[in-house]
Design a protein around this ligand. Structure first.
Ligand code: T1G
Length: 697
């Protein structure tokens, strides 16, 4: 049929094989080839049945995400599904791997589904701000019932073959040799005299409308207020499957799908899906070869060190932890054990895995025990001298090919690298706390870091299931640099008239789970205070400095850990209470600065915050600290809670338009030139009629 769809006839069975690697995405060529193959089979008198299968690691994992947003090209996926379902000859779908989205819809349109025992099925569309748009919301309820269908589509989760069989999503499981078993089933169906029943005519799973509608009402009432509108549309579509004739339900689903496809939310979520994968594409992979990392030495048993140790143990590595004394070492190892015990009791790991991980963990006070590690990671407190001493100790014992990584948040890694004999082996691996939970890993490439070492950092990230983003050396790398701009912007807003509580509420309304002042309290106000005091001597006197944060710290109000920061925290209560004393401090500081407070709207707050993030992101691109704008989006989403369905600050810039962003910055520049001066990159892109996306290559 074509280069991605093969058609052969074997013992009266038309075997249609999809081969569009890596995931057999249902792009135009596949859809076109499938339509032609099904029609050919139906026009061939020697063919009694059809077997639909795929080569490679999976049956189609969905529509081709890269085609979304392009002009649609017939045949559409619904056309293909309807052709399969209306085939005069029975169609058996033999599925394997991760049969997801449109791939699962293809299988649901077939007359019989047989799955390899290791198959996973699911509808991840909701993660892309979409819903199944090729009959999934109409066919699955007819097989499995409304609630199992609703749960699968709303969660975007994958379920295994056994679960799918129980819920009538598939008809049989094949232990091995899926092709042979599929051919046998097709032969059997082809010889049957009774007509085959199309999925659209099946009512196996349909419950009585009244009880079902009660559940739908309940589900609607439970929808989270997180700004996402797709879940509600999914409920509408699945309800339509119960209430409407199939064709009407299909038309309703298509209309809902088109709405989602055109939405900013879906464009943003699809952008993030591609951005997360693009971040792993870095120039050093062209020349660098990743080294094996099987044994990891971790210096420091604090929260970060322990979290990193758990990450490595979970990935099956051997971990050695070193601390300065027995008590600290015991504390560090106990922290690791507590996390592993938690993973066991929550069922995240099996007893065997728990035991193996503990057997791969050891502690020492002697650096000589690091002589055989492939990678050493220092994760001690943020003190330059202390880190340099650690590097010197490691330098004396590590193998020539061992990699020396620092988990520093903002120290200059080029300077740290000067303390060792092999600076080419030095790299930054900036984990985010808690390291065993946060997905983001900033891989910081110092001036002398070799391509092999960078490639090893990225290969390590994949093996420990982190999302790596390449960063150059600068104060705060990518994430903390932008977070610092975020902090400055909101402190200016508060000093100019808004309350920290209004700012928090405005940013939660934008989609952040926590507002900035809640985050400051969570992180500890003393950390930023210490940084401000360290930077005082070199601060530009012309730069605006806001001091109410210092006044709060001078009271030893350091946030949640002291029970008092911008909010008051009662024992055991997670959410803090607003505190009028904080507002009094802010009012006093405004008076001292002779500032006449003014009102801010939530939108003004959100616009200023975004302008600050976007401008800092543009500066990071200008300085070649970040490789591409979408990398910045990945960092802010996975490291700082930027709402995923907003796509990240640089995507927001393109959604709002650079002209809008530039005009905001120009207006703000009048207030505070140093901070708000627009990055030249924004103007350059605008001049060429481009957005940041043009740099995502
Ligand atoms: N379209 C295009 N490319 C895709 C793709 C897709 N659906 N899925 C994966 N890729 C690319 C990916 O960009 C990467 O490319 C490579 O394949 C390996 O992916 C009409 C509307 C299948 C579980 O949402 O969840 O069907 O970086 O690194 O970790 O109703 O990919 O190598 O150039 O992720 O082994 C619904 C999304 C679409 C599935 C495999 N389907 N994909 O994970 O590999 S909408 C999805 C995944 C739809 C219909 C609706 C995962 C995976 P590159 P990878 P992996």
């Amino acid at each position: 049929m074509n280069s991605v769809v093969k058609y052969t006839v074997r013992d009266g069975i038309a075997v249609i094989t999809i081969n569009n690697q890596p995931v057999n995405a249902l792009g135009f060529d596949v859809r076109d080839g499938l339509i032609n193959a099904i029609n050919a089979a139906n026009n061939n008198g020697d063919v009694s049945a059809i077997l639909l299968r795929a080569q490679g690691r999976t049956f189609p994992a969905g529509a081709d995400i890269k085609e979304f947003g392009l002009p649609p090209r017939a045949p559409s996926l619904p056309d293909v599904c309807n052709t399969i379902e209306n085939s005069s000859k029975p169609v058996v779908a033999a599925i394997h791997g991760t049969t997801l989205g449109g791939g699962f819809e293809l299988a649901l349109a077939a007359h019989y589904r047989i799955a390899h025992k290791d198959t996973k099925v699911g509808f991840p569309e909701v993660n892309l701000g979409l819903l199944p748009g090729a009959g999934g919301t109409q066919r699955l309820p007819r097989l499995s019932g409304g609630l199992p269908a609703l749960n699968l589509i709303m969660t975007g989760k994958q379920v295994n073959a056994q679960f799918a069989l129980k819920r009538n999503m598939i008809d049989a499981i094949s232990e091995d040799n899926l092709l042979m078993v599929g051919l046998k089933m097709a032969l059997k169906l082809g010889q049957r005299k009774t007509p085959i029943t199309a999925t659209k005519d099946r009512r196996d799973g349909m419950q009585d409308p009244v009880s079902y509608q009660k559940v739908m009402r309940m589900r609607r009432s439970e929808l989270p207020d997180d700004g996402m509108f797709v879940p509600g549309k999914i409920i509408d579509c699945v309800e339509a499957a119960l209430l409407l004739p199939f064709e009407s339900g299909l038309a309703f689903e298509r209309e809902m799908f088109e709405d989602c496809l055109a939405s900013e939310q879906s464009k943003a979520l699809r952008h993030v899906f591609i951005a997360e994968r693009k971040a792993a594409k870095i120039p050093e992979l062209e020349t660098g070869t990743a080294r094996d990392v099987k044994t990891v030495g971790i210096v420091g048993g604090g929260l970060m060190g322990a979290g990193i140790a758990v990450v490595m143990l979970t990935a099956g590595m051997t971990v050695k932890m070193i601390e300065r004394d027995q008590e600290s070492l015991h504390l560090g190892l106990s922290r690791i054990k507590a996390i592993l015990d938690g993973n066991l009791s929550s069922g995240r790991i099996t007893k065997g895995a728990h035991e193996a991980q503990l057997n791969h963990l050891s502690g020492t006070l002697d650096y000589n025990d690091f002589a055989d590690v492939d990678l050493a990671i220092e994760a001690i407190f943020e003190d330059k001298t202390a880190k340099e001493n650690v590097f010197k100790n490691l330098n004396n014992v590590l193998r020539d090919d061992a990699i020396l990584a620092t988990n520093t948040s903002y120290l200059d890694i080029d300077e740290l690298a000067q303390t060792v004999d092999r600076p080419e082996n030095v790299i930054g691996l900036h984990f985010f706390s808690p390291a065993h939970i946060m997905k983001l890993l900033e891989v910081v490439v110092a001036g002398k870091t070799s391509p092999d070492v960078v490639a090893t950092g990225f290969a390590l990230a994949k093996s420990i299931r982190k999302i790596p983003v390449r960063a150059g050396v600068t104060d705060g790398f990518i994430g903390n640099r932008i977070f610092k701009a975020y902090r400055a912007a909101v402190e200016f807003i508060v000093e100019d008239g808004a309350s920290p509580y209004q700012v928090d509420a405005a940013m939660r309304a934008f989609g952040f789970k926590l507002g900035p002042f809640q985050v400051f309290d969570l992180a500890g106000l003393d950390i930023a205070w210490a940084q401000r005091k360290r930077a005082a001597a070199t601060r530009d006197p012309k730069a605006r400095y806001v001091s109410f944060a210092d006044k709060i710290c001078e009271k030893n109000w350091f946030g949640r850990k002291t029970g008092q920061g911008y909010y008051t925290y009662e024992k055991g209560v997670q959410i803090g209470k607003e505190d009028p004393r904080v507002l009094e401090i802010i009012v006093a500081e405004r008076k001292a600065q002779n500032i006449q407070p003014r009102a801010f709207t939530d939108k003004e707050i959100q616009d200023r915050v975004l302008a600050a993030m976007i401008n800092e992101g543009a500066r990071l691109l200008d300085e070649k600290i970040a490789l591409r704008p979408s990398d910045i989006d990945v960092v802010m989403i996975h490291g700082y809670g930027f709402p995923r369905w907003r796509g990240g600050p640089m995507k927001q810039a393109d959604i709002r338009g650079l002209i809008y962003v530039q005009s905001k910055l120009r207006a703000l520049e009048k207030e505070e030139p140093l901070f708000w001066k627009p990055s030249g990159l924004i103007g350059d892109l605008m001049k060429n009629g481009k957005g940041f996306d043009a740099l995502n290559g």
